[in-house]
Design a protein around this ligand. Structure first.
Ligand SMILES: [Zn+2]
Length: 314
């Protein structure tokens, strides 16, 4: 097999799973180490283009960022108000986890006209991102959209044809760590200065969110898709995986990080991975309940290999 770095077209690595699982760190790391570009959550790019406050991870406004200017030059839908409105409205309608069952059904059946239109726009975005990355001399694009339904649609859309190699990584994290993180607001730098993000999910809603995203992610990724746990991001598991896929470490191509939509840490430059285990010391009353409710999934991801008392130890 020709390695992505020897081919003309870049490879695409899609991170699939739940938010607050380390995807922003992972995509930045991959982009830095393998001559790639981290593009953030492509699912949200239409909305980001409409938001006058958003700054790219390179700290430019989207239309002042060299990478996104290249993308927009190839895909005018990002500037078209009707397309942006349609994509945002469709995202708001179909992506919430209350639609979990219809995600899986939709991916099995022929798409209706609305979802065909949606997929056409998704395809155009991926084709433009791939072409822009190739033009920048990049060998790798990392998409941290994570949403399993969006990943399934993107994969079926034809947009992955811009890439030489399109593996996914199933990213998982202990639900207690995710819920703790979801309950903490994060400040990000915008064109208006620092603002605080809204906390979207907490308590029981967070449990359902974690379950639906992970359960659907397991179903939509191809058989054999490797799983990386947040807790293993500081190990050599990722380097081993990339070597298996034929990527060799190499200098970055100019700026590597162009996430418009991602965790605010995207704006903090290169960082080494630091395990955030504050949830273990937080003494949250719901922690044991979460472990009980999600026990089968935690076992599937290896979080119950250790005695429960050890996992719960502050
Ligand atoms: Zn940028």
């Amino acid at each position: 097999m020709q390695t992505p770095q020897a081919a003309g077209r870049p490879g695409l690595v899609s991170l699939v799973g739940m938010v607050r699982s380390g995807s922003t760190y992972l995509e930045g790391y991959l982009a830095d180490q393998y001559g790639g570009i981290a593009v953030g959550e492509l699912i949200g790019v239409w909305g980001a283009m409409e938001n006058s406050e958003i700054l790219c991870a390179c700290m430019n406004r989207p239309l002042e960022c060299s990478f996104w200017c290249e993308v927009v030059g190839r895909y005018e839908g990002l500037l078209d108000p009707d397309t942006r409105r349609f994509m945002q409205e469709t995202n708001r309608r179909v992506m919430p986890v209350r639609n979990y069952r219809s995600w899986l059904q939709t991916l099995r059946l022929p798409l209706n006209k609305t979802m065909q239109w949606y997929c056409t726009e998704v395809s155009r975005l991926y084709l433009a991102v791939g072409a822009a990355a190739e033009s920048a001399g990049s060998h790798l694009v990392v998409d941290s959209s994570k949403h399993p339904f969006f990943y399934g649609l993107a994969r079926a859309s034809g947009g992955f044809e811009a890439f030489e190699h399109t593996p996914a990584i199933r990213l998982v994290r202990d639900p207690r760590g995710v819920l703790y993180s979801l309950a903490r607001p994060k400040a990000q730098v915008t064109t208006q200065g620092a603002v605080t993000q809204m906390v979207a999910h907490g308590g029981i809603r967070g449990i359902r969110y974690w379950w639906a995203m992970n359960s659907a992610a397991d179903r939509v990724v191809p058989i054999g898709t490797p799983m990386i746990r947040y807790e293993d991001l500081g190990s050599d598991a990722v380097a081993y995986l990339m070597a298996r896929w034929g990527y060799r470490e190499q200098p970055a191509v100019e700026l590597t990080r162009h996430q418009l939509v991602a965790n605010p840490v995207r704006q903090q430059g290169t960082r080494t991975f630091q395990l955030d285990a504050r949830w273990q010391a937080a003494g949250l009353p719901w922690r044991t309940g979460v472990a009980t409710m999600l026990r089968p999934w935690m076992r599937r991801y290896g979080y119950l290999d250790k005695p429960q008392s050890e996992l719960d130890r502050p």
